[in-house]
Design a protein around this ligand. Structure first.
Ligand SMILES: C[S@@+](CC[C@H](N)C(=O)[O-])C[C@H]1O[C@@H](n2cnc3c(N)ncnc32)[C@H](O)[C@@H]1O
Length: 290
């Protein structure tokens, strides 16, 4: 496995990339203590008041498959694949041929073990690196997904342009992301202490943008828009469930480093305080066609 190297001054300007391994390359067990069993680190979808976190995450993966119009057997690229929840699910449920991309090496070892245990090793591949730097086959995929990862990519135009280049004609791109409510709120809240803590201390780099920035970059790349869904309330509930798990498993999380649980909890509480006021969570679906 090769890992892209990143320098601190590479996060601005065209072609910029950012390093977030200080968070995502932590021991996968930490994430197992507060995420659902598939370790999906993004918003779930709660269809009833009784849905558990695990059910909500499975609902969400079904929702993504529906929005992409997947029927089975498609070639799917997941950019920012985390611990593999989406690729493992699409391989097991729909026999999709999947490729997951992430710069965090430990995620890949975990995914390989899970794919073998679930009998889908032949349908699940991953590559270590930044999407912006990887060579991928032109028009090589029927669908592309990005759940909670575009926030870590400085150059939106480059990302949407590359995503379109790897999609077959009429293939779909699904992006779900947390966004500032609008440009004025971004300007006001971008350098607040809470924003800095989440961006720099937790992730290393992350840039919440208004939805309009994502749509503009998608349009510039040549995509047609299909749909926008508001998943803000779903993310609020997801994070409530994560906070409860961090509290319940704080001692195990802190065995990986004193204060880890408290930092995680602070991050999650800051995120949950903003929904509907300063921040929203949207799912955007685009088509590579006229
Ligand atoms: C919030 S996690 C979401 C993981 C997964 N999509 C999920 O829903 O569980 C963000 C992921 O994006 C990855 N990532 C960060 N920068 C990236 C980049 N430039 N290219 C590809 N993946 C990236 C991180 O390593 C991490 O796996």
């Amino acid at each position: 496995m090769s890992v892209d190297s990143v320098t601190a001054d590479s996060v601005s300007g065209p072609g910029a990339i950012a390093d977030t391994n200080q968070h995502y390359d932590l021991d996968p067990d930490i994430f197992g203590q507060f995420l659902d069993p598939l370790r999906k680190y993004s918003a779930g979808r709660y269809l009833s008041e009784h849905d558990t976190l695990e059910q909500a995450q499975r609902n969400k993966l079904r929702f993504v498959a529906d929005r992409l119009g997947l029927r089975g057997g498609e070639r799917l690229l997941d950019i920012g694949c985390g611990w593999g929840s989406l690729i493992l699910y699409m391989a097991a449920e729909l026999r999709c041929e999947t490729l997951g991309v992430s710069p965090a090496p430990r995620q890949h070892g975990y995914i390989a073990e899970q794919a073998a245990a679930r009998g889908v090793a032949d349908l699940v591949r991953t590559r270590v690196g930044h999407f912006e730097r990887l060579d991928l086959p032109a028009r090589g995929f029927d669908a592309v997904t990005m759940l909670g990862s575009i926030v870590h990519m400085p150059d939106l135009d480059e990302v949407f342009r590359r995503a379109r280049a790897v999609l077959r004609r009429d293939g779909r791109l699904y992006v779900s992301e947390s966004c500032f409510r609008n440009a004025a709120i971004r300007a006001r809240f971008d350098d607040r202490a809470g924003t800095d803590f989440v961006r720099d201390d937790i992730f290393g780099w992350g840039d919440l943008r208004p939805l309009s920035d994502l749509v503009t970059a998608a349009e510039n790349a040549g995509f047609s828009m299909i749909s926008v869904d508001d998943l803000t309330e779903d993310y609020h509930r997801t994070i409530e469930d994560w906070i409860a798990n961090v509290e319940a498993n704080a001692a195990t999380i802190d065995a990986h480093g004193a204060g880890t649980a408290q930092r995680l909890r602070r991050y999650l509480e800051i995120a949950n305080a903003g929904w509907g006021y300063t921040t929203k969570h949207y799912a955007l679906v685009c088509r590579n066609g006229r």
